[in-house]
Design a binder for this molecule. Structure first.
Ligand code: SF4
Ligand code: SF4
Length: 230
């Protein structure tokens, strides 16, 4: 990463992510790396890869030979107007100056109001004491505190890396280069450029949550044919 990119992350006022659905191949590398980086216990994911169209994971929509298969990853969208923050009765969930929606696990009482408030199912309740098998502590930068049983967890945009001017691990590991991270408020950032140059969407814009994770609309020949524009 360049020094300029690192400074952009450190000085950001609205950190966000752009995911190119034309590039995503549903390999789950981002999801697994997220679990490693954040010591996410068995049975829990901060980041999931959804199959678009079919009825199950990796199941295409349609009938042979007219099949289509696409993917959309989902993790906390670090909304600019986050309903989870408003719902939390003890202010354990809060918004930082860089736009990141964070959780103070010492304050969390596990009431799960935030899970109900999140329209995207992007939070997970920790039902048991964290068990890693095999034990994993691969976070190359910083230290991720273990969470106790009975709290609600979620993606932190790898807060421990961002504070060092580094991208979240899911962005770094994606073999397809589908994930881009940066300051949505900076017109010169790569995320802003992508959003200017490509058609994109956020999930459930009608909810008014203003997500900071944007998806670039698929534009490949297959996507165009599926939309009936060919
Ligand atoms: Fe898609 Fe990249 Fe995640 Fe693989 S690592 S599922 S290509 S976003
Ligand atoms: Fe809160 Fe859900 Fe938005 Fe994340 S995606 S900030 S958990 S409402």
């Amino acid at each position: 990463m360049t020094e300029q990119a690192s400074a952009e992350i450190k000085n950001a006022t609205r950190l966000g992510m752009v995911v190119d659905l034309d590039k995503c191949m549903g390999c789950w590398t981002c999801a697994v790396a997220c679990k490693q980086e954040n010591d996410v216990p068995e049975g829990m994911f901060y980041l999931r890869v959804l199959t678009i169209g079919g009825e199950g994971i990796d199941v295409p929509a349609g009938t042979f030979p007219n099949l289509s298969l696409a993917y959309q990853t989902t993790n906390c969208f670090h909304c600019d107007n986050p309903p989870c923050v408003k719902a939390c009765p003890v202010q354990a969930t809060y918004k930082q100056d860089n736009g990141l929606v964070a959780v103070d696990y010492d304050r969390c009482i596990g009431c799960r109001y935030c899970m109900v408030a999140c329209p995207y199912d992007n939070r997970v309740f920790n039902w048991r004491d964290p068990v890693q098998d095999p034990a994993a502590d691969v976070a190359p930068v910083g230290y991720v505190e273990p969470r106790r049983k009975g709290v609600v967890e979620k993606c932190t945009f790898c807060e421990h890396r961002v504070s060092e001017g580094l991208e979240p691990r899911c962005v770094v590991v994606c073999p397809a280069g589908a994930r881009t991270f940066g300051d949505l408020d900076d017109p010169d950032s790569e995320v802003s450029r992508l959003l200017r140059e490509r058609a994109s969407y956020v999930v459930f814009p009608e909810k008014g949550t203003e997500p900071s994770v944007h998806y670039l609309t698929r534009v490949g020949p297959k996507a165009i044919a599926e939309r009936g524009e060919a």
